[in-house]
Write a protein that binds this ligand. Structure first.
Ligand code: PLP
Length: 387
């Protein structure tokens, strides 16, 4: 099979001869599929993953997406979920049973932490969060009942990395499964399966879809793991992507390389300029030579995407908030990876009644670069920082 990016994004999985050679696939907006005979029906039922029976299982529009996503990550198969959070939760649930133990990176995505802390603990699944920047730390918290090592590299606020090759190695030696949230890098800049990671997950709401108009998630893995996930959590919980959203995502995927190139270049430009600004204490960005894990980032990532964090020089939280409020072109919002520049000031999460303050300082602001002209975005930050 041709494994080039162009082939994957333009040809792979498309069965144009079945739909009048339309270059763009139709949205198969159907819940079920009919059969000519009992024999044909029985044949399909005996292999639900490869046949179209009911859209909670498989659907032709979603299937095109499945094939392309698996190929992008270099895995045998993939499943598409209704959200990144569903993809993560289903993967963790599929990997453990009562009495098992999960090791997870410290400060993962908030709902990853939630499935372990608030939910699976009710079912007798233990977990340990660990500073996984060093493999020794992971080994130190291992237990005889450890079954899953859950990674997120880079993390999406302060960008800690894990050495994927080393993690895969220690996990294989101990019989653990490994899974990673690869949303930050996108499959273009990091393919964890190449380093031996078993399961690769994305919030497709970020770069894979990239237009801030679809919420979705993907899980990429071996055929064996995907088959098991499909027959259990996927079909049971039914957190599937609709054919309509799959169509939007297919459209988005066509431009993934162009989008990532633009975002990556703009971000590099903006980070380099900001580093020299007197109002900025520091910039966190994995491809910045001063980043603590710069060498590792360069080793396992072929590019860096559009998230970075700055620490603003300010005497108190109010002056940070004043500066952030003066920024006009970057919108205050959750999420990231879309067409539009966004920012997430950590000051927002300070002093909320009934909630703990964040682990990182109040002068941290995370930015997500969109498709805008980088100078337009930079000028806006300059005017606000000078306020
Ligand atoms: C957004 C996000 C998720 C969750 O994805 P949803 O599609 O919003 O459910 C998971 N991991 C990371 C790193 C994210 O940024």
């Amino acid at each position: 099979m041709d494994s080039s990016l162009s082939y994957i994004l333009n040809e792979l999985g498309e069965e144009r001869e079945h739909y009048y050679n339309a270059v763009t696939p139709p949205i198969f907006q159907t819940s079920n599929f009919a059969f000519e005979s009992v024999e044909k029906f029985r044949e399909a039922i005996s292999n639900e993953l490869d046949n179209y029976i009911y859209t909670r299982g498989t659907n032709p529009t979603v299937a095109i997406l499945r094939k392309k996503i698996a190929a992008l990550e270099g895995t045998e198969d993939a499943l598409i979920f209704s959200s990144g959070s569903a993809a993560i939760s289903m993967t963790i649930m599929n990997s453990v049973k009562q009495g098992d133990h999960v090791i997870c990176v410290r400060n993962p995505y908030s709902w990853t932490s939630s499935i372990l802390k608030k939910y699976l603990s009710r079912f007798g699944v233990e977990h340990t969060f660990v500073d996984a920047t060093r493999v020794e730390n992971i080994i130190a918290v291992a237990k005889p009942n450890t079954k899953l090592l859950f990674l997120e590299s880079p993390c999406t606020f302060t960008y800690e990395l894990q050495d994927l090759e080393a993690c895969a190695k220690i996990a294989k030696e101990r019989g653990w499964r490994t899974a990673i949230d690869n949303s930050y890098a996108s499959p273009l800049f990091q393919q964890p399966a190449k380093f031996g990671i078993d399961i690769v997950i994305h919030s497709a709401s970020k770069y894979l879809n990239g237009h801030s108009d679809v919420v979705g998630g993907v899980v990429c893995s071996s055929r064996t793991i995907i088959q098991d996930l499909f027959s259990n959590e996927y079909m049971t919980f039914g957190a599937i992507m609709s054919p309509n959203d799959a169509f939007l995502m297919l459209r988005s995927l066509r431009s993934l390389p162009i989008r990532m190139e633009r975002i990556s270049n703009s971000t590099k430009y903006i980070v380099e300029k900001l580093k020299q600004h007197p109002q900025i204490e520091k910039v966190l960005y994995p491809f910045d030579p001063d980043f603590p894990q710069y060498e590792l980032a360069k080793k396992q990532m072929t590019g860096c995407s559009g998230l970075f964090t700055i620490a603003i020089k300010a005497p108190d939280i109010e002056s940070v908030i004043r500066k952030v409020n003066a920024i006009r072109k970057w919108k205050i919002a959750v999420s990231w990876g879309g067409h539009e520049a966004l920012m997430m000031p950590l000051a927002t999460f300070y002093n909320i009644p009934g909630r703990d303050n964040p682990a990182q300082p109040w002068n941290y602001v995370r930015f997500s670069v969109g498709f805008e002209d980088p100078q337009y975005l930079l000028d806006d930050l300059y005017q606000a920082l000078e306020k």
